[in-house]
Write a protein that binds this ligand. Structure first.
Ligand code: C2O
Ligand code: CU
Ligand code: CU
Length: 430
């Protein structure tokens, strides 16, 4: 707690080396260490303040993905921190408890900065997440998982050559900075807070024995009720919280091939990695596990935004490295929603490539997908959604509290190469 009464956090971006592959040293970038960053945790209602130092050899930014935050502290491409410089954003947390994350957002270099290791989780707690009877002992039965794919040169350096149409696709899955990760589990159930922190790879997650698990939260917080699933899909930037029961034997969390090629054209689906499969994390239960509570029947109340009351409709077509036929221009504002009004955005990928859609400052609700209500796993708060080719998504969103006549927020494809190539636009909340 600092002099002004805010909870104070310090982040320092720098270079280092990490043993990602056993016995090899890889040059990486990290916050407060050689790779990734500390999990930041704050409560709804907390005044928080950061001191962020850039010890990298180049300019960066730190963006709070999923966070409701004033535009000037959002950490997008306008809030550059030069090498050796310091940035001190501060705001009051005001949103439901959720698993958010932070990562650099320098225009044109986001993929490189994240790929080299700059990313961390940002957990928000509130009275609802406190009260809900889910596993919640951090590091014991409530486990953060940052999943990324990387490629290495023979001497163990990160290979940044030969990006595909969706950026750097790795052949090695790295979980919390470790290849071939495993986790001893001491409880009957474990909650995994999973972030797809990859550049472009999409994951179709499930266990190798196809056991059922429950999805309890999406990007912006708890779902209304646990959703039983055997697979959950995450495109870059999305999060899922799942609870899985142990049965005494090892359980391997895997990335499975997408049974439907993730809605991509069969001809070139393989080049987007959707037919790949990987082991991600082996859960190793011990004997005599500590009991876990049964899953609650309900989790949270999600007030539905009313699309009928929307003051403004907007539409977004995703194609090539563009949104609505335009590439990112740091000096162009695309539109300006009014504060405290509901909007409906129609988003359609008119390409044959995979894309997704992410909006800063807000959590949205999916109204419908090709005219049908979203499945339960997509019915909670979201800030990023996978948009397969040809499918029409309608999103309801409402910007609140913060206005700024000059500093914009971003919306973009979160496949980081696409973002870097200009598949991004800017809006002001007025
Ligand atoms: Cu996760 Cu605009 O970013
Ligand atoms: Cu973001
Ligand atoms: Cu894209």
């Amino acid at each position: 707690v600092d002099a002004a009464g805010a909870r104070h956090f310090t982040l320092s971006a720098g270079t280092g080396s990490t043993e990602i592959l056993a016995g090899k040293s890889t040059a990486t970038w990290g916050f407060n260490g050689s790779m990734l960053g500390p999990t930041i945790r704050a409560r709804r209602g907390d005044a928080i303040a950061f001191t962020i130092d850039n010890g990298l050899p180049e300019a960066t930014t730190v963006h709070w993905h999923g966070m409701h935050v004033p535009a000037r502290f959002d950490g997008g491409p306008h809030q550059t921190i030069e090498p050796g410089a310091r940035w001190e954003p501060a705001w009051t947390v005001n949103q439901p408890g959720a698993t958010l994350w932070y990562h650099p957002h320098p225009h044109g270099s986001t993929e490189k900065h994240v790929y080299r290791g700059l990313a961390g989780l940002f957990l928000v707690d509130d009275d609802v997440t406190d009260a809900v009877n889910l596993p919640k002992t951090y590091g014991v039965d409530d486990i953060p998982l940052i999943i990324q794919d990387k490629r290495f040169t023979p001497d163990g350096a990160l290979d940044e050559s030969d990006p595909t149409d969706i950026g750097l696709l790795g052949d090695t899955i790295v979980t919390n900075g470790i290849a071939g990760a495993h986790l001893p589990v001491r409880t009957e159930r474990v909650r995994l807070r999973i972030l797809n922190g990859s550049s472009g790879r999409m994951y179709n997650l499930g266990f190798s024995d196809d056991r059922e698990f429950h999805l309890v939260a999406s990007d912006g917080g708890l779902l209304a009720a646990p959703v039983p699933l055997t697979r959950v899909r995450l495109s870059p930037g999305e999060r899922a919280e799942i609870v899985v029961a142990m049965d005494g034997s090892n359980a391997l969390l895997r990335a499975h091939a997408f049974e439907d090629d993730a809605g991509l054209d069969r001809g070139d689906a393989a080049s987007f990695g959707v037919r790949d499969s990987f082991g991600i994390l082996e859960l190793r239960p011990g004997a005599n596990p500590d009991p876990s509570a049964a899953l609650p029947a309900t989790l949270a109340t999600i007030a539905r935004l009313d699309p009928e009351s929307a003051a403004t409709q907007r539409s977004f077509e995703l194609q090539w490295f563009m949104i609505n036929g335009a590439q990112m221009d740091m000096n162009r504002i695309d539109f300006s929603p009014g504060v405290d009004t509901t909007e409906v955005w129609t988003v359609r990928n008119i390409d044959d490539w995979p894309h997704n859609f992410h909006v800063h400052d807000v959590q949205f609700q999916i109204v419908d997908i090709d005219g049908s209500p979203p499945p339960a796993e997509l019915a909670g708060w979201k800030d990023t959604v996978y948009t397969p080719p040809g499918v029409r998504f309608r999103l309801a969103l409402r910007f609140t509290e913060y206005t700024d006549p000059t500093v914009p927020y971003m919306y973009h494809c979160h496949l980081l190469l696409h973002e870097d190539q200009g598949m991004m636009g800017q809006f002001l909340v007025l």
